[in-house]
Design a protein around this ligand. Structure first.
Ligand code: ADP
Ligand code: NI
Length: 214
């Protein structure tokens, strides 16, 4: 019989396999790997909730699924069938319902368990670095957003609704991505986020040099 995490991984693959907004199965697989590494740094030995929440964190997201309420019910039923204790199901939901950057714009910073903090850090690390740059450009194509417009300055978003409006790809670096390192919960995540952000800054310096050729 498949173990629980294998079954959850397959569930995520089925739900996210076709996503073309930058939240495909490989995104959650990377998040699970990063989260496991962070858990090790935090000396956590049982990582089942962390891994489960990593794989599942985007399967109830309004960007990815048509009906969030239906997907939540489906997921609950699936976890019950895997014999997850009620308490663990509650914690997994608590994590996946509260870690997103966009939710934070509306609701403020959520109080998370250490497992939740780790999954949040891992999801945010995957928004940075070389992968972060590509995901952002890819999302911009998905929403038919311009790559760059020197006449339009980055904005300060006050709500999730604001944030979800069509924007400019390069502006997203300033509007969200460069704010992420300061929001990291664990020390190891903060160091990795800063390293990835530095790479993005180097990328932007080259980008502006190429753009401004005279
Ligand atoms: P969260 O799930 O934390 O609310 P999102 O799903 O909005 O975060 O963002 C996930 C990734 O999708 C971002 O890190 C970025 O790469 C891309 N993305 C989201 N919104 C935009 C945008 N307006 N412009 C460009 N890329 C975006
Ligand atoms: Ni994610």
């Amino acid at each position: 019989m498949l173990n629980k995490i294998e079954a959850i991984r397959n569930y995520a693959k089925k739900k996210l396999g076709d996503d073309r907004s930058g939240h495909d199965f490989y995104h959650v697989e990377r998040v699970a790997k990063i989260a496991k590494q962070l858990a090790k740094q935090e000396k956590i030995s049982d990582t089942s909730i962390i891994e489960a929440a990593s794989y599942l964190h985007d399967v109830i997201d309004d960007k990815v699924v048509a009906d969030v309420a239906v997907e939540k019910e489906r997921l609950k039923k699936f976890l019950k069938e895997l014999n997850f204790p009620e308490e663990d199901i509650r914690e997994i939901f608590e994590i996946i319902e509260n870690i997103s950057f966009s939710k934070e714009l509306d609701a403020g910073k959520a109080q998370l368990t250490l497992a939740g903090e780790i999954v949040q850090d891992a999801d945010r690390i995957d928004a940075l670095g070389a992968i972060g740059i590509l995901r952002t450009a890819y999302y911009g194509g998905h929403t038919q957003s311009p790559l760059y417009d020197p006449k339009i300055a980055p904005q300060e978003f006050k709500s999730k609704q604001d944030y979800r409006q069509k924007g400019i790809v390069i502006n997203h670096f300033y509007e969200k991505l460069f704010k992420l390192p300061a929001t990291m919960n664990t020390k190891a995540a903060k160091a990795e986020a800063q390293r990835r952000m530095q790479f993005m800054e180097e990328f932007l310096a080259e980008f502006y040099d190429e753009w401004n050729l005279s």
